[in-house]
Design a protein around this ligand. Structure first.
Ligand code: C2E
Ligand code: MG
Ligand code: MG
Length: 581
């Protein structure tokens, strides 16, 4: 017939036939439908009675879990395993990849990984240098490889070496949520993925990573994955042709690592932070390399993870400084040395007057013994990345509720009617966050509707779990506000999807509103949409009477800013309220 379809099929068969890797098409139960010559060559020595009819049977002695693995794979298609190693005899190791094509068929790819293993093993003179979970070189092994590399590179002046350090983002969370067992599986799968990726990088070699090499043994042209700690891997790239090649390999790793993993019945996706350092005059020994790569990883994490950062000297100084701050902050949280200031949020009345008792916003502060007053912009990020935020956030909330109730007793009808407290992302992902808020409300006697929790725009727009948490908070009766509106992701058109009562228009808009018609229109539109959805609006950062007039004219319900008051401690706030009467 000679249609295009037939020609394509013919080409596919030709490709399969000649391919230098073993390709096997099989059914769900392992029955082989088609295999290429390379496949028979690799499988024949393993088959009993030269029977190649069922792949699972042929591999039974080496990978007994294959049928179970396939049966557990629920998705209609996808990767069941990749680079699964099978030790056939002392000299032969095969790596198997299994792909589910549709409900009936699987495709298997088999490669002889003996030389790979051989190379790894020769490089690792002793078993003390191998990680048992992943069979990758461990930290000692990695250091030995790096040491060899630095010595060799010093002799060969014109080639390039690099280390890429890889860390799974929020791995502690994976362990907490799914258990250590799953955590270990994830580590093993990541190790497989690394091997598979480096293998393709070297095979397509010249194209992807010119010169990264198919080399055997240590030395120029080696690319070796190692596991140097819990969820931390180091890729040793030795003998690169130029400085950019390493970045290409790293970019490819970042991309491939981010693809989904099949863990038991679940398909999980993780993000990774990669730090890369190239060997140069500033980093001459193995320890230096790892240290600098770790700094680049820390920077990648601080920028939100899921990215590759190349080390630069200035990062070192910054991290040193931050490291001190981190230790100090831990102490300060433990000793409850942080405290709250409160900034009035006033009602904007139609006649230009204000209602001073509309509410306040709690803003956390830290008086550092040496640095003096440190603002939240500097330390909230650190608290988030170190897990201190939960404790810190609870302290802020508990203190705010306590002070609020205190004012009710002291000031009666003049006391603020609403207490706004800021939340960060890390707090919202705690499974029992709603329970904690309920507990704090109960302990202080604070009525839930008097509490307003503020989340930033970018946070509210995120995943289903956050949405669910927000609805849980609403059920407690507390109010929610969208902070810094206009700076994040959500747009006016998606405002109705968020379970918030109040929209706080970011200071940057308010500042420009008095002079920029464009910003005035934006505020006006925001107020209109918010009001049509039954939401309140607050103009943030009002500093001048002119800005207040604009906010008022645009119909904002409330205003907050230095024009009315800076953030004050509890006593000063009470005095301010008394003065407004
Ligand atoms: P935010 O929630 O938008 O708080 C308003 C910020 O604007 C405060 O800065 C406040 O002092 C400042 N501000 C208020 N009026 C004016 C004004 O007229 N002019 C200018 N230039 N600034 C004004 P602050 O206290 O430095 O807090 C910064 C951010 O840190 C807050 O922004 C909030 O997102 C976060 N934050 C503060 N306290 C906490 C907390 O307890 N937990 C969490 N997770 N984040 C907090
Ligand atoms: Mg706020
Ligand atoms: Mg704000």
């Amino acid at each position: 017939m000679g249609s295009d379809g037939d020609l394509a099929y013919e080409a596919l068969i030709q490709f399969m036939y000649r391919a230098p890797v073993a390709l096997i098409q099989l059914q769900q139960d392992g029955d082989i439908e088609m295999l290429n010559p390379m496949a028979s060559r690799l499988l024949m020595p393993l088959a009993r009675d030269a029977d190649l009819s069922n792949l699972f049977r042929v591999l039974e002695a080496y990978a007994p879990d294959l049928p179970a693995l396939c049966a557990a794979f629920g998705a209609p298609q996808g990767v069941i395993c990749e680079g699964k190693r099978m030790v056939v005899d002392h000299a032969t190791v095969l790596a198997l990849g299994l792909l589910k094509i549709d409900q009936q068929r699987l495709m298997a790819v088999l490669v002889d990984a003996s030389h790979e293993v051989d190379r790894e093993q020769r490089l690792l003179a002793s078993a003390a240098r191998v990680d048992t979970l992943t069979q990758l070189p461990n930290r000692a092994g990695a250091l030995a490889l790096l040491q060899q590399m630095t010595v060799r590179a010093r002799a060969a002046a014109d080639d390039h070496c690099a280390v890429v350090l890889i860390n799974i983002d929020r791995f502690a969370h994976i362990n907490d949520a799914h258990g250590i067992e799953v955590g270990n599986q994830v580590i093993a799968l990541v190790a497989e993925r690394l091997r598979a990726t480096l293998r393709t990088a070297s095979r397509t070699g010249q194209a992807v990573a010119a010169g990264v090499g198919t080399g055997s043994g240590a030395g120029a042209g080696a690319e070796i994955a190692t596991r140097i700690g819990g969820d931390e891997f180091a890729i040793v790239l030795d003998g690169l042709r130029d400085g950019d090649t390493g970045a290409l390999v790293a970019a490819r790793l970042l991309e491939r690592l981010g693809l989904p993993y099949r863990v038991g019945a679940h398909e999980l996706t993780f993000s990774f932070s990669l730090g890369m350092v190239t060997l140069d005059a500033g980093t001459r020994d193995a320890d230096d390399l790892l240290r600098h790569a770790a700094i680049a990883v820390a920077v990648a994490k601080a920028q939100g993870g899921n990215r590759l950062v190349r080390f630069a000297q200035h990062m070192r100084d910054e991290v040193l400084q931050r490291g001190c701050l981190e230790a100090d902050l831990r102490l300060a949280v433990e000793r409850e040395e942080l405290f709250n200031l409160y900034q009035p949020v006033v009602g904007l009345l139609a006649d230009g007057a204000i209602d001073p008792g509309a509410g306040v916003e709690a803003l956390v502060r830290w008086r550092h013994p040496v640095r003096g007053m440190v603002g939240p912009v500097e330390f909230i990020g650190i608290a988030e990345s170190t897990g201190l935020i939960d404790q810190l956030g609870e302290q802020v909330l508990a203190r705010a509720c306590h002070d609020f109730m205190d004012w009710q007793r002291q000031l009666g009808p003049r006391a603020p009617q609403l207490m706004a407290v800021n939340l960060s992302r890390a707090q919202l992902v705690q499974p029992d966050f709603c329970g904690k808020v309920a507990g704090i409300l109960a302990a202080s006697g604070m009525p839930a509707p008097a509490l307003q929790l503020e989340i930033t725009e970018s946070l509210a727009a995120q995943g289903a779990d956050i949405q669910q948490q927000l609805h849980g908070l609403k059920q407690l009766g507390v109010k929610l506000a969208l902070d810094d509106f206009g700076t994040g992701y959500s747009s006016l058109s998606s405002l109705h999807l968020l379970p918030v009562d109040t929209v706080k228009i970011d200071r940057s808009f308010v500042t420009l509103a008095a002079t920029s018609r464009h910003h005035q229109v934006l505020i006006e539109a925001t107020v209109m949409v918010a009001h049509s959805l039954g939401m309140n609006t607050v103009a943030e950062g009002i500093e001048t009477a002119e800005q207040a007039a604009v906010a008022c004219a645009q119909g904002c319900n409330k205003g907050q800013g230095y024009l009315y008051s800076r953030p004050l401690d509890s006593l000063a706030l009470q005095q301010w309220l008394q003065r407004q009467a």
